[in-house]
Design a protein around this ligand. Structure first.
Ligand code: PHE
Length: 471
């Protein structure tokens, strides 16, 4: 068993023994596990599907080339997303530990800082992600209790920042902490098994409804008309790759951590395929909802420069103008978005909590309360300053996630002793040759693409930080 762990560097042998599956049943080594395979898949889909799908994807697609961008996005999911997800699964399930401990076991002491970077990234992303989730909560409640406001621009200006934003951010953090306190099976799995199918049904229903609107044709055209000229820029390439990365929750140990609770019987490539396909489906369907709604009301002008404009101003504005039906449908739209955001928030907190459990033997409930409270506190900053929110988003997405993914590709592709052993479990003979292709993609294609992403994204990150300091 020692053979499937990289033995270079100073490996903690007690911890290696701890990772042995034979010991997993012994009470002192008992590790939480998913109850069912479906539970794992739904939790991972829950992590993946979130604001990135229903908020960012439709907008980016319309901006960067419509159907042509969708094709590029699919290519990036296959060339970077799935390979890196499998790399995270290899380390997570291979070591049965969460980020920091897993990386120490897999690569030696030198990889511990990467584990800390993962935890830091989870910390930073959740601090602003829950602020946005707070806005979503606010809109969902508005839909349920009074209807959407007339002047959504002014309304958004009032709620986006300051005391109201802080209050809803704290509410979202409280819900997230409560679920993570419940544990892998009784908290995260249970929540995902109920909420994710509901989200799928709502989004599917909304897309079907949207196809009946008078603006659907123009909306689809705006969303999907292929603009091939857009594709040839490095910027578009980087946008597609980093969108795939964020949307699939990669580069910060979320998938690594979730897979550390997965049984050795499941086929990792199959799970990765199911998760990526589900994630893409929700993103694509969201666009089929958003644009017909906006075009039915002739509000395309409101889809201006920022993604915020599309989601928090134009869409509720359109729902408001549609009257009663708009209120019902809009409420469901924001409920689906809320579900997506909460199940993603859970996975972000779990990265931090799981590391505290594995590294410091802290009880789960205590870890969830401490980590969650600190993140809630940090979130008061983006909740009161939109430039801070933008800077946190830019630095984590444009720098930390690609760096994390690059490091995972190098570790698993070049240094880890035998990645194919873990990944080929339960994979049939016929598909085994594909796994060699995976390894070479990880070794060569992923690093090249991620370096391109980092290069073209650096400027954006710098701009966002400058904006924060009034530059
Ligand atoms: N994938 C989530 C989304 O699309 C965001 C996320 C990123 C969640 C990283 C966890 C880790 O909204």
């Amino acid at each position: 068993m020692n053979g499937d762990l990289h033995s270079g560097g100073a490996v903690d042998h007690a911890a290696v023994a701890n990772a042995h599956s034979e010991h997993a049943d012994a009470p002192e080594f008992a590790r939480e596990m998913w109850k069912t395979r479906l539970g794992f898949v739904l939790a991972a889909v829950g992590s993946a599907v979130g604001l990135g799908n229903m908020w960012r994807f439709p907008y980016i697609t319309a901006e960067y080339g419509g159907a042509a961008f969708v094709v590029l996005y699919i290519i990036m999911t296959l060339a970077v997303g799935i390979p890196v997800m499998l790399a995270e699964f290899t380390i997570g399930r291979g070591t049965r530990k969460s980020s920091i401990s897993a990386l120490r076991l897999a690569g030696g002491k030198g990889w511990v800082p990467l584990g800390f970077l993962f935890v830091l990234t989870g910390f930073l992303i959740l601090s602003y992600y829950s602020v946005i989730a707070g806005w979503v909560t606010r809109y969902a409640l508005a839909g349920i209790f009074g209807g959407f406001p007339e002047d959504t621009g002014a309304y958004f200006g009032l709620i986006a920042s300051g005391v109201p934003a802080m209050g809803f951010h704290l509410f979202v953090m409280a819900v997230t902490i409560a679920i993570v306190m419940g544990g892998v099976e009784k908290g995260i799995e249970r929540a995902s098994v109920i909420m994710i199918p509901a989200l799928f049904l709502i989004v599917l229903g909304l897309a079907i409804w949207a196809s009946t609107l008078s603006g659907s044709g123009a909306g689809y055209a705006f969303y999907l008309t292929p603009k091939f000229s857009e594709l040839l820029s490095g910027e578009t390439l980087a946008a597609a790759a980093s969108q795939a990365f964020f949307s699939l929750s990669l580069g910060m140990g979320a998938m690594l951590t979730f897979s550390s609770y997965l049984s050795r019987e499941e086929s990792l490539p199959r799970e990765a395929g199911v998760i990526a396909f589900s994630d893409f489906s929700v993103a694509f369907l969201a666009g089929l909802v958003v644009f017909p709604v906006i075009f039915a009301l002739g509000l395309q002008g409101a889809v201006g420069e920022s993604t915020l404009g599309a989601l928090f101003i134009a869409i509720p504005g359109a729902f408001n103008e549609m009257g009663g039906i708009g209120r019902v449908v809009g409420t469901f739209f924001f409920i689906a978005l809320f579900i997506g955001a909460i199940t993603s928030a859970i996975s972000l907190l779990e990265v931090v909590v799981s590391a505290m459990i594995d590294e410091w033997n802290m009880p789960r409930k205590k870890a969830a309360v401490i980590a969650g409270s600190l993140i809630a506190l940090l979130g008061l900053w983006p909740a009161s300053n939109l430039n801070a929110l933008g800077a946190l988003d830019a630095v984590t997405n444009y720098i930390f996630l690609p760096v994390g993914g690059l490091a995972m590709a190098i570790l698993v592709g070049w240094l880890y002793k035998n990645p194919l052993e873990e990944v080929s479990r339960s994979v049939s003979e016929r598909f085994q040759p594909l796994l060699k292709g995976w390894l070479w993609t990880l070794r060569v294609v992923v690093p090249i693409l991620l370096v391109v992403v980092l290069y073209s994204a650096l400027g954006e990150a710098v701009d966002a930080v400058k904006a924060l300091f009034g530059g």
